[in-house]
Design a protein around this ligand. Sequence first.
Ligand code: ATP
Ligand code: MG
Length: 251
Amino acid sequence: MIPRSHPRYHSLIKREKIIEGFKNGIVAHAGLIAHGRGEAFDYLIGERSEDFAILAEKAAVAKMYLAKNPVISVNGNVTALAADKVVSLAKLLNAKIEVNLFYRTEERIRRIVDEFRKYGVQILGEKPDSLIPGLEHSRALCSSEGIYSADVVLVPLEDGDRAQALKNMGKFVITIDLNPLSRTAQTADITIVDELTRALENMIEFARKIDHLSATKILSKYRNGEILSQSLLHINRRLKEMAATLQTPQA
Ligand code: ATP
Ligand code: MG
């Protein structure tokens, strides 16, 4: 048991969930490494949802709300950390959920599908019938009623090649990625530089209130380049402030 008073409580709980997911065959070996990279960026950001994240989360909800066929793509890490939150958001925005794995094994797919069934929802991707052009076979597999025909896709913790391949198909790509420098973050139309569970909690709150008029307004003002730039300036500012407090005064 991790005591609630521990300064890294939330971070450690997430780590436990990833480890548990790994033991249950939901998270891949590479998922452990991806999580560590995310943790490092969250440390630099300060482990809270900053303004650049909130603005992107609002825009993401607006875009999904106005979409014809919005789809949320889930992998092992997303399932282990936040299956419940994905289900809540999908319900509020009438979005489909589809499983897609970088390292696809039928066993892991089945375990992820089972995890979502616990919440009483069906997810796509177990029996894929289409291919995303430009990716090698197992990573390209997708469902014709889901990702293949989606106009807007939310792809949290995604790999850069797949984000680019989805863009090449003409899709509007939204990602959640703590690393503003990753290829995915740089490729997406909306980049939420925030931790997955915090981002989904905020998005659920926004999705409860969104309407057509406010969605259109939010999107007309949104500039993703500005958001990415703000996230880097924020990290830069924090590092400078920390460095300044460590400098000893001149004699
Ligand atoms: P890319 O292929 O886009 O250049 P990458 O190869 O560095 O990225 P991947 O392993 O493909 O990284 O994708 C995982 C991404 O998800 C990483 O950028 C990591 O920072 C981020 N990430 C990991 N855990 C979380 C989390 N809990 N919340 C948000 N982002 C996360
Ligand atoms: Mg990658």
